[in-house]
Design a protein around this ligand. Sequence first.
Ligand SMILES: [Zn+2]
Length: 183
Amino acid sequence: MRKISDSGFSGNLAAVNGLSFKKWVFEPGMPFGSEMKWWGDKGPRGARHNGLDLRLYERPEGNPVPLDAGAKIPAICDGTVVKIVRDFLGHSLFAETGIREKEKRLFTVYGHVRPVEGIASGASFKKGEIIARLAGKNESGVPPHLHITLALVPGDVSVEGLSWEKLDSPADIVLLDPMGIIY
Ligand SMILES: [Zn+2]
């Protein structure tokens, strides 16, 4: 996804949160396509991981540390919110980017967040703009983390029909590995 590589996302996230950030650290289960969980019993996921989980980062001065609940989340690229749904840690924000590949439209999904005021269905935002905060730990016991999905969605799939279930059995939706666009 050439148009959103060099997103500056990680640098933006570090800057707005005042983090001393070197790079992300991934445990088994966090990458795109993982079949197992990285939390709890580390058992199988219900479906292959449709995105990438960001939680641990390395600092120049030492050991990896986790992102804190409440961390500000800047947009990876420009977008328009198409829907916000509850998920098991907070909310998931589905956004259309305006980027097209052949007949498909690129969507970004930011999972396990709390959208900031003004970020609601129909709202547009710019790359780097703070759109949400990281949701906290809840009764699910899963530590706070940002889940990112990139999905190329055919024109005939309705925005209303987009859901986690749909992304877990994507059929004609093409999922992309977000790893290439987080820096
Ligand atoms: Zn995830």
